[in-house]
Write a protein that binds this ligand. Sequence first.
Ligand SMILES: Nc1nc2c(ncn2[C@@H]2O[C@H](COP(=O)(O)OP(=O)(O)OP(=O)(O)O)[C@@H](O)[C@H]2O)c(=O)[nH]1
Length: 438
Amino acid sequence: MFDIREKPQNVDRAFLVGAYFDRRKAQESADLLEELKELVETLGIEVVGSELVFAREMTARHLIGKGKAQELMEAARNAGAECIVFDNEFSPGQQRAWESESKLCVIDRHEVILDIFNMRAKTREARLQVELARMEYSIPRLTRMWAHLDRQGGGAGGGVGGAGAARGEGETQLEVDRRMAYKKLDRVKAELEEVKKQRDTMRKERSRVPLPHAAIVGYTNAGKSSLLNKLTDADSYVENKLFATLDTTTRRMELPDGQAMLVTDTVGFVRNLPHDLVQSFRATLEEAVLADFLIHVVDASSPHAFSFYQTTTEVLAELGAGDKRVVLALNKVDLADDSRQMELRRQFPEGIFISVKTGQGLDDLFHRIHDMLIDRVVRLDLSIPLDRMDLVALAHQEGKVLTESYDRGVADIQCVVPKRFESRFTEFVAKKKKSAKK
Ligand SMILES: Nc1nc2c(ncn2[C@@H]2O[C@H](COP(=O)(O)OP(=O)(O)OP(=O)(O)O)[C@@H](O)[C@H]2O)c(=O)[nH]1
């Protein structure tokens, strides 16, 4: 994968630093530093120390004063850290200064989040999106990184282009690197477009299938994929090979009463997601916007369960899925003791306690999902005279038309429509079923 500099892969211990330059920002900065700790721990890195620093002004070399910077480097080394993670945005120059003086790796919040996404990306589309975000982050840094060498009369070789990038006449190393980087960027973008097209086709295919559709959403590590695996079994996976090959995260499941539906896993949310990353993942999260309802999974064992829940809800609202009906599943209840469960019950009165691991509460979850389906849609067989084409149009607009044929001035239609429209069609029902059956 393209990267302007290799980060040590085996970082186990990190020291966190958050700097603020306005005394009114003290609390906000403390909260952000606490969030950074969660993010770093999500990567499996132990946080061996952290410090919140107030500085009167920013400095070009270290961001904060030199004396304080050296004190922090010392503290990080003494704590046994292999890496310093800064909550503030660093310029590449500042990053290099810290690295060369501390002899530790130094990264910022943005890189931490990119790494989390990289680790979590499961589908080809997600992987490409992470790669794109990484490149968009790195290219401007590449420019600045090489700029000083360029002024000194040409680059030192290496970089993105590597040995394979022939330098054109009069072209500096920086220009070669930049050219290669943009070329790669274009390639990834084109590939992403291709994957998106395939996914749109899949969606259209899916919309022809008369099945209700739920999307599993939630904070990263809540247990979404585990739940999807639990809800859907191997057989249904094979049956849905078509979906599985292109979009491994949508599968068919059957409720205990035999009713079938589709369930999609979505990318995990992360707090303070940089805006460009939200953009990158918008397409993946569109599944949530298009679903009939959501299954919001919250990690009940996390002390931050409520704020994770709020973050996810906020981002969903931003994406236009704020008014979706939600089944709230508090997962990993096997790890929450009685007093924690009582607290959660107060915070989430409508939540269902489940454990994907032990199977606890899954029956309740099935019931709740079942209720959603009953409430939501009805399947109708209609014979509509041609002078009521407005109803045919309504069925297309508000529901899913499964079959449609015209014979002797009558449109015979099988469709699934939201329950609230049922009364509009009553007069023309040929044969009626209570709810959307497979
Ligand atoms: N103890 C316990 N662990 C669970 C339970 N459900 C999931 N896990 C574990 O939690 C971890 C995260 O589960 P995933 O299913 O990968 O979580 P996810 O929400 O899909 O994560 P992202 O892909 O990051 O969004 C895994 O190690 C699971 O084994 C549960 O009910 N109890």
